[in-house]
Design a protein around this ligand. Structure first.
Ligand code: ZN
Ligand code: FE
Length: 236
């Protein structure tokens, strides 16, 4: 039984994530644009579309894909959300024909932001809440909310794939190195990230194990420290 996770680069620096199950069922997370997703899906099937939040760069391709493939759209209600077939709020466990999906309410970046955990993969789809070596901006929420959202990921196993919504890793690592100049794991990671980006390759997904060693926003202990760090990043 193996699940395949594929990042589809869409728009400038977004990723839509495609999960293919052993039975052929396919789930797409955050299709910010339809065109790139259709190229990856070809004539294949698409069963489900999961949305993390209402921003256009995450939901923009939903209606087109829904019509083309007859996929069922899952998301939380918020202004600007496309038509939803299944409305969630966070706290549910969905059974998508044998694929278990835990829904976590993860406010802080956007109203109604949720994250999806698939323990069978295992993978975390966290939209704009957590990025590699960084975290989301506080557009529609507070630092305390975002901190609490991210802390929910602490219980996830080290081998979980972090599937974030943007390729922001290179600039995040630059900031992280200023914050933790003596972090050797981060120094090694920076070299790896620079090499991948120079080759035009994605840095995502990454395992939570590695991420826990390099992401300053996962390493702070209190909401206050988190808030200070977030503000520092905003002006860096
Ligand atoms: Zn967003
Ligand atoms: Fe975004």
């Amino acid at each position: 039984m193996s699940y395949n996770v594929q990042g589809i680069p869409v728009l400038n620096d977004n990723y839509a994530w495609l999960v293919t199950c052993p039975d052929g069922q396919r789930v797409l997370i955050d299709p910010g644009s339809a065109e790139e997703c259709v190229q990856s899906l070809r004539d294949g099937r698409l069963d489900w579309i999961l949305l993390t939040h209402h921003h256009a760069d995450h939901v923009g391709g939903t209606d087109v894909l829904r019509k083309r493939y007859g996929a069922c759209v899952v998301g939380a209600e918020a202004p600007g959300m496309p038509r939803l077939d299944t409305i969630i709020r966070g706290g549910e466990t969905l059974d998508l024909a044998g694929l278990a999906v835990q829904v976590l309410a993860t406010p802080g970046h956007a109203i109604g932001h949720v994250s999806y955990v698939m323990p069978q993969v295992p993978a975390l789809f966290c939209g704009d809440v957590l990025f590699s070596a960084g975290c989301g901006r506080l557009l529609e929420g507070t630092a305390a909310e975002l901190f609490a959202s991210i802390r929910q990921f602490d219980v996830l196993p080290d081998e979980t794939w972090l599937c974030a919504g943007h390729e922001y890793t290179e600039s995040n690592v630059r900031f992280a190195r200023q914050v933790e100049p003596r972090n050797e794991a981060l120094e090694v990671y920076e070299a790896e990230v620079l090499r991948l980006r120079a080759e035009g390759r994605p840095t995502l997904p990454v395992r939570l194990l590695g991420e826990r060693a390099v992401n300053p926003f996962l390493r702070v202990k209190t909401a206050e420290e988190f808030s200070v760090l977030r503000r520092l990043k905003d002006v860096s």
